[in-house]
Design a protein around this ligand. Structure first.
Ligand SMILES: Nc1ncnc2c1ncn2[C@@H]1O[C@H](COP(=O)(O)OP(=O)(O)OP(=O)(O)O)[C@@H](O)[C@H]1O
Ligand SMILES: [Mg+2]
Length: 376
């Protein structure tokens, strides 16, 4: 294979892809080719620089992004590179734990609890420490424990900080958390958060194991970096600290996981954590027209914690954006219904399948469903 795939990149993308050693932050907006850059660089490392695939670790946040990454690497290289580790943080964490669980006191055949199973274990632990699980919702306790794990706060530290709290809920969580953690161990199970937290513990407590992975993964690439939490950041930091060949790709304006512990500081502080990091901005968007981008830029520029960047596109024109004010959700749903019907009548090529409606929370679908049902 030649490096012809480089020709289909714009200048900034090419710069990021050809970057070889040292830390690099690729800061880019939506649809600007971040994932394309990351996957092309992997191909470049393997083909141009002769880096064995098993020296590369590529991580992302969601299963969807991980699949997309794997598919693109496959189509760039034409074959599955052997030994390449590419997957979500959770999948990579589970893989490491499978190998070393006994050191932590679990066996190789541990189970991974899903949210439902872990909620049940929390309910039992709540009752075991003498609390009424109807009064203290296991779901709320679970969210709180999960938040603590995101921040790498273990039971001991949590007790220290909350056992004497004025807040009765925090005091209760301080009782349930250690009991829950103990019950996971007795059941030879990890919950989802443990898949991130436990590898960090493993590395921090076992220099030999850390050295092994640190040495093995000469190149680390992280997609969707804006969505990483404290635990994930620590995981990456530990692994990258020897070779320092770390590429992170992310959009500080696109962090959608703030509510689940994603730490925007990870991206804003990347240059502090990895001094000398090169920064490349991708500002060319390939998905949207200039009308859409102008509106997006105007909204995004109001964000407080952000790196300065402005998206641009070659796709000019497109329909103007309409802003409509409605007197309530029923009124709004009726207006949306009218718009759709008018469109389908005036443009017979369109069908309902060409229409999408976005809303912020699930609860908002109610008024829309009612309006559409009324129309048949
Ligand atoms: N240089 C380019 N020339 C033509 N098309 C491109 C180029 N770079 C990216 N694209 C296309 O733009 C689209 C978005 O690319 P990609 O998914 O890599 O962006 P992204 O920044 O990762 O998006 P997201 O914000 O959704 O994660 C894809 O269809 C991709 O093929
Ligand atoms: Mg992407």
């Amino acid at each position: 294979m030649s490096s012809s795939y480089l020709e289909s990149l714009n200048r900034e993308q090419g710069e990021a892809v050809s970057h070889f050693e040292g830390p690099i932050l690729v800061l880019a907006g939506a649809g600007s080719g971040k994932t394309r850059v990351l996957t092309t660089r992997i191909a470049q490392l393997i083909h141009e620089h002769g880096i064995p695939a098993d020296r590369i670790l590529a991580v992302t946040f969601t299963n969807k992004a991980a699949r997309e990454m794997q598919d693109r690497i496959l189509s760039l290289l034409g074959a599955e590179p052997t030994g390449l580790w590419a997957g979500t943080f959770h999948a990579i964490g589970a893989r490491i734990l499978r190998r070393h669980a006994p050191i932590l006191g679990w066996t190789h055949t541990f189970t991974i609890f899903n949210a439902e199973q872990s909620r049940r274990a929390i309910k039992k632990a709540t009752e075991a420490v003498g609390l009424d699980s109807r009064q203290w919702s296991p779901k709320a306790i679970q969210a709180h424990i999960s938040g603590a794990k995101d921040e790498l706060i273990g039971p001991d530290q949590f007790i220290e900080e909350n056992a004497d709290s004025f807040d009765p809920f925090a005091r209760n969580v301080a009782m349930v958390y250690p009991a829950y953690q103990e019950s996971l161990k007795t059941q030879n199970a990890f919950d989802f958060d443990d898949l991130l937290v436990k590898p960090v513990h493993l590395f921090e407590a076992n220099a030999q194991i850390l050295d092994f992975y640190r040495d093995r993964f000469e190149f680390l690439l992280i997609d969707e970096y804006q969505d990483t939490n404290r635990a994930q950041f620590r995981f990456v930091e530990l692994l990258a600290s020897q070779h320092r060949n770390l590429m992170v790709v992310g959009d500080d304006d696109q962090s959608i996981y703030g509510w689940r512990g994603a730490d925007i500081r990870n991206i804003l502080d990347f240059e502090d954590a990895f001094p000398g990091a090169r920064v490349v901005r991708l500002e060319q968007n390939y998905r949207s027209t200039d009308v859409i981008l102008a509106a997006a830029n105007a909204v995004i520029s109001e964000n407080l914690d952000r790196k300065d960047k402005t998206l641009r596109t070659n796709r000019v024109g497109g329909e103007r954006i309409t802003l409509a004010a409605a007197s309530g959700e029923t009124d709004e749903a009726r207006w949306i219904g009218d718009q759709i019907e008018d469109r389908l009548v005036s443009d017979p090529v369109l069908t309902y399948a060409d229409v999408a409606i976005l809303y912020r929370t699930n609860a908002q679908s109610r008024a829309l469903e009612d309006a559409f049902r009324r129309r048949g």
